[in-house]
Design a protein around this ligand. Structure first.
Ligand SMILES: NC(=O)c1ccc[n+]([C@@H]2O[C@H](COP(=O)([O-])OP(=O)(O)OC[C@H]3O[C@@H](n4cnc5c(N)ncnc54)[C@H](O)[C@@H]3O)[C@@H](O)[C@H]2O)c1
Length: 260
């Protein structure tokens, strides 16, 4: 069994919960995050907690994982950690982008669009290409990226991220299609609205979104990072080997319910 997983955006929200859960499952955790101040301290505490769970098999790097230079510098380190063995999972759980409307007092700029689509979409492709070229992805490896309902719904402030989500879904579909022959699968995981740090940055009305989501969701609650972590744990099992090029929903059925 591959012993290591790589989580981009490992410190809080979905990525943080997944890091903890997969450590409990026995995996070593290699994670990237980009945090300052209080959140940086939170990341350090999480790392210590994981270290206690899995006997120290944890590396956290506080650096921009969307940078090509960072990928080139750190992939050889990852290879050393895994002893050249392929990783079980590459998870993209980065939230970092511009949340502004296309038409407003400060309309989104080309630079902001390019940055958002790169960090939240295209960067997953470059990670996958580079890991594959270093033979760090192989039979049984999974590539997963988090997507949202904003991939097909228009929402206040979500335009640039929405474009990135659509790009990421297309990238994942194509990766799974091209690498399936090697036993490597790629899927998007669509989370329902989840109270995390990222949500508070999308809109000032996030508390209102949460209340409306609780009413709208068939299961009468919002998604938790733990729900996503549990689903990812399931998807790493051998029984999920044939799930490829798909969008998997973990949202209690929210996407089937009418909008606000
Ligand atoms: N919260 C929701 O409602 C929701 C719903 C569906 C999908 N998602 C998606 O889930 C993913 C994770 O979001 P979250 O809600 O857990 O947010 P979060 O803010 O809790 O976590 C974001 C993570 O990304 C890291 N990060 C940010 N920029 C980075 C960079 N350049 N390099 C490395 N790490 C970086 C942060 O350090 C943190 O670990 C995102 O892709 C988001 O769009 C969130």
């Amino acid at each position: 069994m591959s012993e290591w997983v790589l989580i981009l955006g490992c410190s809080t929200g979905h990525g943080g919960a997944t890091a903890k859960r997969l450590a409990k499952d026995g995996y070593g955790i290699i994670g990237f995050h980009l945090d300052r101040g209080e959140v940086k301290k939170e990341a350090e505490l999480l790392k210590e907690e994981i270290s206690k769970i899995n006997d120290g098999k944890v590396f956290f790097w506080n650096i921009n994982a969307a940078s090509i230079d960072v990928m080139d510098e750190y992939i050889p380190k990852i290879s050393e950690i895994t002893n050249g063995q392929s990783i079980k999972l590459l998870l993209h759980s980065i939230a970092f982008g511009t949340t502004t409307n296309f038409f407003s007092d400060k309309p989104v700029t080309q630079k902001q669009m390019d940055m958002t689509v790169h960090v939240m979409g295209n960067s997953l492709l470059y990670w996958t290409q580079k890991l594959f070229n270093m033979q760090l992805l192989g039979e049984g490896s999974r590539i997963l990226g988090l997507t949202s309902e904003g991939n097909y719904l228009a929402m206040d402030g979500y335009g640039p991220v929405s474009v990135a989500k659509v790009a990421m879904e297309a990238i994942i579909r194509q990766i799974g299609w091209e690498l399936g022959r090697y036993g490597i699968t790629a899927n998007s995981l669509q989370a329902g609205i989840t109270p995390t740090r990222a949500l508070t940055k999308i809109t000032d009305n996030w508390e209102d979104w949460i209340e409306k989501t609780k009413k709208r969701n068939p299961m009468r609650r919002t998604t938790t990072p733990g729900d996503i972590a549990n689903t990812i744990s399931l998807l790493l099992k051998q029984e999920a080997d044939f799930i490829n090029c798909s969008i998997i929903y973990c949202d209690g059925g929210e996407h089937r319910s009418g909008t606000f």
